[in-house]
Design a protein around this ligand. Structure first.
Ligand code: SAM
Length: 664
């Protein structure tokens, strides 16, 4: 059972307060109105998603955040008389009922007016009065109004409504030149015929139909119901998507043409353990390297671990003398699997054949604090033993925390342990200052060591930030990954092109997802800001099948069943389209309508290294606008788990063979 009260509190916090709705009276009103009473019974589980939902007659109950922006802009203090046009379900009228003395609301569809009236009366809203009629003409009997909210989009503010405002009264309404999109504006009456207009937000409302709104022509397009919309979307996807018959042989010419001269191609994955995603990602990357001159792959793995693979694919020369077992920390299956191994072998063979076009393999992540410390020390021992002694001293305060660096962060935070920040930052600065001297001996080895020193400084901050909450540590981690990517571009030189492999949640533009409401940014968003259209973002999705994941962090890998996608998700809509595998261009698709249909946010699923099917909605679904998140989306309806290299029971990290990727 969903705890709706808790969901309501969460919705108010995450979608209203964190997005700037702070008036305590407005917040309290949203906390009191049970939105589940205003949505159709089969959609109750989505009542506290920040999204419009279909009600009957092809109409919608508005998105809570947009209702909040509207209500907030009306500036109510409690004694006002308010008119609402477009009662719909009655939800916004109920919110207004908590904030004003009297609310008069008009609905043009009689059935909706009747059921809203009955609902509001049942819920005890005695100060909310509903009539059936054309709201563009207002409700003159009760005029003038201190505030008017219009919940449907019109070509201009109806003169009848403007004339029913008190002096100083505010009207908030979506206005746009056609019926497909509008700007929410606030109009304040400043004199008999003077009005001041301010834009508030870009919005998309159902049309305001009436004498002073859009005309009700017989050929009018009625907003389709959710089911109809999904069916229409399925047809559009079937017409527009490029089928993938076989991962190994599907033509990627269209995709490569669209990628064109992009400098960075980011390829996401909807899970950290799905074979199809890994194989398709490898296939695209091979084409980019061999046909488009891409110079490196940067992945969601730690720098020193990927550096070992980089050595291997470049022909086996070991740049660091450091002894350790790469890719041995949880989750081992994420990189130690048959799919990645095949790619690594391909890359080594490619590099052997194309000495002038070698491509590298690098890690962007920052979980290797201690391996990176060891790498810096081992480097300095060789090139500058005096500096190595200083480094040992500076890094020394971190070594007791090897087993649990997060405990270090907590100890510093509560004042039980001194922060190593000044020491690790000084170490990085010293190394960068001596860049010329060190690089003269071996530029590649210096780059590797400097990246490790940078990683130590960022990881130290990261572990201290974990206790400030997820947004702070998430942002530090993604900023580190982006800085590492920039360092790679600088290292490879002007015009170099690279591929990034990470989870969809790092690759898909966070500003198009609910991550942005939490203040989280990611690598995809930073790449778009830095590279503009030269960043090409690709996402993956699936409906059902198996996946390699664990039930909890640090627990053994299991081959788990992926539940079929939930109603109200992109995945469900794509499953309903009925095609097994395809790619869909989202930036400028052949049929523009497919992008438009996909723009309004839906749920999207993300499975990481931990999968908890039993709490899937809360743990794995989030809201996103897919065409804004990705430039291209690849779909595999049914998928299977990656195949780990070691099927042996999970070993302690140092028992794993030290041979990967050399001798499997
Ligand atoms: N405020 C509503 C809620 O909270 O459920 C949502 C309203 S819905 C987005 C817009 C409503 O405006 C629809 O129910 C539509 O029938 C109604 N509408 C459109 N034109 C109208 C008009 N001229 N007069 C009254 N209602 C109108």
């Amino acid at each position: 059972m969903i705890d709706l009260e808790r969901e309501r509190a969460r919705m108010v916090e995450a979608h209203l307060q964190r997005r700037g709705i702070t008036d305590p009276a407005v917040v309290a009103a949203f906390r009191r109105v049970p939105r589940e009473e205003f949505v159709p019974r089969d959609l109750v589980e989505f009542a506290y998603e920040d999204t419009p939902l279909p009600i009957s007659a092809g109409q919608t109950i508005s998105q809570p955040y947009i209702v909040a922006v509207t209500v907030d802009a009306l500036g109510l203090r409690g004694g006002e008389r308010v008119l609402e046009v477009g009662t719909g379900s009655g939800y916004a009228a109920a919110v207004l009922g908590h904030l004003a003395k009297d609310v008069y609301t008009i609905e043009r569809i009689e059935n909706l007016a009747d059921s809203a009236r009955a609902r509001l009366s049942r819920l005890g809203y005695a100060n909310v009065h509903v009539i059936h009629g054309d709201g563009t003409l207002g409700w003159p009997e009760h005029a003038p109004y201190d505030a008017i909210a219009v919940a449907a989009g019109g070509p201009k503010a109806p003169p009848a409504l403007l004339s029913q405002l008190t002096l100083g009264g505010r009207l908030v309404m979506p206005i746009g030149p056609d019926e497909s999109s509008q700007v929410l504006v606030r109009i304040t009456r400043e004199g008999d015929t003077e009005y001041r207009e301010e834009p508030l937000a870009d919005v998309q409302f159902v049309p305001l139909i009436g004498e002073q709104g859009w005309k009700d022509t017989p050929g009018r397009i009625v907003v389709p119901s959710r089911t109809e919309r999904r069916a229409g979307l399925g047809a559009l996807v079937r017409e527009t998507a490029e089928p993938i018959d076989d991962v190994e042989t599907a033509s990627l010419d269209g995709l490569l043409d669209r990628i064109a001269d992009s400098r960075v191609v980011l390829i996401g994955e909807a899970t950290h353990g799905t074979s199809e995603f890994y194989r398709m990602r490898a296939r695209i990357t091979k084409e980019l390297i061999s046909r488009r001159g891409f110079r490196f792959v940067a992945v969601e793995a730690d720098w020193p671990d990927a550096a070992r693979i980089d050595d291997y694919v470049l022909g086996g020369k070991r740049r660091s003398r450091l002894e350790f077992t790469p890719l041995a920390r949880f989750p081992t299956w994420m990189w130690r699997n048959v799919e990645v191994h095949a790619f690594v072998e391909w890359l080594r063979a490619h590099n052997a054949e194309h000495a002038d076009q070698k491509a590298g393999f690098h890690g962007l992540d920052l979980y290797s604090l201690f391996t990176s410390i060891a790498a810096v020390l081992s480097y300095l021992d060789e090139v500058d033993p005096a500096a190595a002694r200083v480094a040992r001293h500076r890094y020394g305060a971190l070594t007791p925390w090897q087993k649990d660096p997060a405990a270090y962060g907590e100890a510093v935070l509560v004042g039980r342990y001194e922060s190593s920040e000044p020491a690790v930052v000084a170490m990085l600065r010293d190394m960068l200052e001596r860049r010329l001297e060190y690089a003269r001996q071996d530029g590649e080895r210096f780059f590797d060591a400097a990246q490790n020193a940078r990683l130590v400084a960022d990881a130290e901050r990261y572990y201290r930030s974990v206790y400030y909450g997820s947004a702070a540590s998430w942002n530090l981690r993604d900023a580190h990954m982006f800085e590492t990517l920039k360092a790679l571009f600088a290292f490879y030189g002007p015009g170099a092109k690279g591929v990034v492999w990470e989870h969809n949640s790092h690759v898909g533009d966070a500003s198009a997802t609910e991550m942005s409401a939490r203040g989280e940014q990611n690598v995809g968003q930073m790449c778009r800001a830095a590279f503009g259209e030269d960043a090409y973002l690709i996402g993956f999705g699936t409906d059902h099948g198996t996946v390699a994941a664990a039930s909890n962090w640090d627990e053994p890998m299991q081959r788990m069943q992926v539940r079929p996608a939930r109603p109200g998700s992109y995945e469900r809509a794509f499953h309903d389209a009925g095609l097994p595998a395809w790619g869909l261009h989202l930036r400028e698709p052949r049929r523009r309508a497919v992008r438009d249909e996909l723009l309004p946010p839906l749920l999207e699923r993300a499975i990481g290294v931990v999968y908890r099917p039993e709490t899937e909605l809360a743990s794995h679904y989030f809201k996103a606008s897919l065409p804004r998140q990705f430039d291209e989306y690849l779909w595999f309806d049914e998928t299977r788990a990656v195949e780990p290299l070691e099927q042996a029971p999970r070993a302690e990290p140092d028992q794993l063979p030290d041979t990967y990727p050399f001798g499997v």
